[in-house]
Design a protein around this ligand. Structure first.
Ligand SMILES: C[S@@+](CC[C@H](N)C(=O)[O-])C[C@H]1O[C@@H](n2cnc3c(N)ncnc32)[C@H](O)[C@@H]1O
Length: 206
């Protein structure tokens, strides 16, 4: 059974699933689409995606990748299932909490999360689990929006956080890089992608 915060997150995304793609449409077409493609298209081997949501990343993976994807929300996962079917992509989709995964240690060559660490209730728990299931020389890649170092942007993020959290279940003011480091993972590459230092790609290893 899930704890209170995790249950709340699951329910929020179950509710949000119906309108998720519509709400994200503008960001998706103007920014996310190209970031997803650049990040995912060359991955090979055993790939785990955490918080797959409605499956927006699915079409960007190389068909040779052996894909497993999890999400906490059954309703989001239903959308991902429909998308996989439509795209004729084979993916092992599972309802699972990234904070407590059922996979064995060292199971994956890559673990991917796109705009997920902002919504996981206890991100350090999830990051430790990600570390556990990634094989020794494996890579972990996150696309995230994070707390800016610019004081004005950070203030904007702090003011808006209760709204995005309540409405959509994600936080816009998390210092995700610090959380990654705190979990014991190494940040090998930290790229600023858009909106000053807000949208970032972290490439990490064990
Ligand atoms: C903002 S959405 C991002 C979805 C997708 N990755 C994308 O790029 O569009 C966050 C997703 O993470 C999932 N999620 C949140 N906490 C989770 C957890 N503890 N374990 C697995 N999935 C989780 C939510 O259910 C939701 O589908």
């Amino acid at each position: 059974m899930y704890d209170k915060e995790t249950l709340k997150t699951q329910r929020r995304y179950d509710r949000f699933s119906r309108i998720y793609d519509t709400v994200e449409y503008l960001f998706e077409t103007k920014l996310f689409r190209s970031l997803r493609k650049k990040t995912l298209s060359k991955l090979e081997g055993r790939v785990l995606e955490i918080g797959v949501g409605t499956g927006k990343n699915l079409k960007y993976y190389d068909r040779k990748a052996e894909l497993t994807a999890i999400d906490l929300s059954p309703k989001m996962l239903e959308k991902a299932q429909a998308r996989a079917k439509q795209l004729k992509i084979h993916v092992n989709l599972r309802i699972m909490d990234a904070q407590k995964m059922e996979f064995k240690d060292d199971s994956f060559d890559y673990v991917i999360g796109t705009f997920v660490l902002c919504s996981v209730p206890y991100p350090i728990k999830a990051l430790k689990e990600i570390k556990r299931v990634t094989r020794k020389n494996g890579k972990i890649i996150f696309l995230e929006h994070v707390l800016s170092k610019n004081k004005l942007i950070a203030l904007w993020e702090h003011i808006h956080n209760p709204i995005t959290r309540w409405l959509f279940g994600f936080n816009v003011n998390r210092d995700t890089k610090q959380k990654i480091i705190k979990s014991g993972l190494k940040v090998d590459n930290d790229e600023k992608l858009a909106f000053f230092d807000v949208f970032r790609r972290f490439t990490c290893s064990k």
